[in-house]
Structure formats: C-alpha cells, structure tokens
Design a protein around this ligand. Structure first.
Ligand code: ATP
Ligand code: ZN
Length: 210
C-alpha cells in the first residue's frame, strides 16, 4: 500500500482540532514535538506538521497528498487543490472594518481609499467584484492599528468576536469571506483507495458529532 502524507498545522488555532479529528478516525500517532513528521502506526499515513500558509502549496505540488487548512489560506495562496470535506472547525469571517467615526456607508465609498490587510488576493478579488477601486496595502500582521496610525482608511482582517476591532476604535463594515477548516487533496488523490478509506472515517466522525 502507498503511504499517504497529510499536512496539518504545526501549532496554532487549527492544530488541536486537526490532531483530534485524525485520532478520532482511529489513527495512532505521536503528536508533534520537535520532529516535523510523525508516522501513523495503524494506517499507511505520515503526518507532516507545517505552518498553515505552506499547506496549500505542499498539497498542490503533491509533496503531501492531503492537507487540513483554512479556506482563507487556500484562496489567498491561489492553490489548485480539491476540496474534499469541510471539517466544521476553525470558523471565522474576513471582514472590512472602518474607524468608528468614519462616514462611509456604502461599498462604493471605499474607492480611492487605502485598505490594510494580510489577505491582498482575497481583498482584491472582492473589490473587483464590487467595482471598487481602492488601494490595497499589504501588511503581515496587526493590521488593526493601520487606521489609527494614518496608514489606511480601512482594514480587511479575520474577525471573530470583534474585540480587537473595538479596542482599536474600529467597527465592522462588510463581510468579505467566511471560512472554516477543510480537508484538501491534490488533484486525483481522491481516487486512491487509502484516501477513500480515510475520507469515510472522517465523515463518520463528523456525522457522530452532529
Ligand atoms: P502559522 O504559524 O501556522 O502560520 P497563523 O498564525 O498564520 O499560524 P492561526 O492564528 O493559528 O494562524 O490561524 C489559523 C487559521 O485559523 C486561520 O487561517 C483561520 O482559518 C482560522 N481562524 C479561526 N478563527 C480565527 C481567528 N479568530 N483569528 C484568526 N484565525 C482564525
Ligand atoms: Zn499562518
């Protein structure tokens, strides 16, 4: 039998639930400590522990057959992979937010404005769909401080509770994308019997949770 590889997040918001779902599938393996690869002892599978940003490309290029990652990261990476199964965790929403005192009420009013984000691909696509010509400023983190520093007129970032927005004097304006963790596969990997088997197990774990 072919030994499959599945890439999951090494540490962060998706790590624990990714490990949990694989364990609930009856897979036996050691959790990530310092080694990047863990071998499953009772299924032909190796687990690669990676930064989430690297997972879509690893799967697209076939270095891993499967991966568990947020839809936001897949779309941002522009990776061509198959979506095999939504996993029901890691839910979040990418939103545009504006300063509390902003007079903007319609999307069209974002034209000519600067928007700071770590998700330039997703944001550009959204702006294009809405016929808005805004300037996208890419920054890698802490985008919420942009408007306060005069770096941008708005931001586009992942919002869950809205606490970070509030403490930076921002309010949500529009929803750009909803995301959750998904199981992805490289093109054609769903035809492999081992992938079919794993997919069936994952689906029955998800059903049991309903
Ligand atoms: P890495 O070190 O692997 O690059 P990271 O810091 O980029 O990790 P995390 O903060 O661990 O990423 O988030 C991983 C994913 O969790 C996000 O891409 C998103 O899909 C999802 N997620 C769910 N809720 C949130 C949230 N409140 N904030 C950010 N991401 C969230
Ligand atoms: Zn990341």
């Amino acid at each position: 039998m072919k030994t499959l590889k599945i890439a999951i997040q090494k540490s962060g918001r998706l790590n624990e639930k990714s490990v949990e779902i694989l364990k609930n599938c009856g897979l036996s393996f050691e959790n990530y400590k310092s080694s990047l690869i863990s071998t499953v002892t009772n299924f032909p599978l190796e687990i690669l522990f990676l930064r989430d940003d690297d997972i879509p490309e690893y799967v697209q290029d076939g270095i891993a057959d499967l991966g568990i990652v947020g839809e936001n990261v897949i779309v941002e990476a522009g990776a061509e992979v198959n979506y095999l199964q939504k996993l029901g965790f890691g839910r979040c929403t990418l939103k545009i937010a504006i300063p509390n005192e902003s007079q903007i009420t319609e999307i069209a009013q974002l034209s000519g404005k600067a928007i700071a984000t770590s998700y330039p691909v997703i944001l550009e696509k959204y702006l294009k769909e809405n016929h808005v010509n805004a300037e996208v400023r890419t920054i890698s983190g802490s985008v919420e401080i942009g408007p306060g520093l005069g770096l941008s007129d708005a931001i586009c970032d992942i919002v869950s509770t809205g606490g970070t927005l509030k403490s930076n004097g921002l309010k949500p304006f529009s929803e750009v994308m909803k995301s959750e963790a998904v199981l992805i596969g490289k093109e054609g990997s769903d035809l492999l019997p081992e992938v079919q088997e794993l997919l069936q197990r994952i689906r029955s774990v998800l059903r049991a949770k309903e």
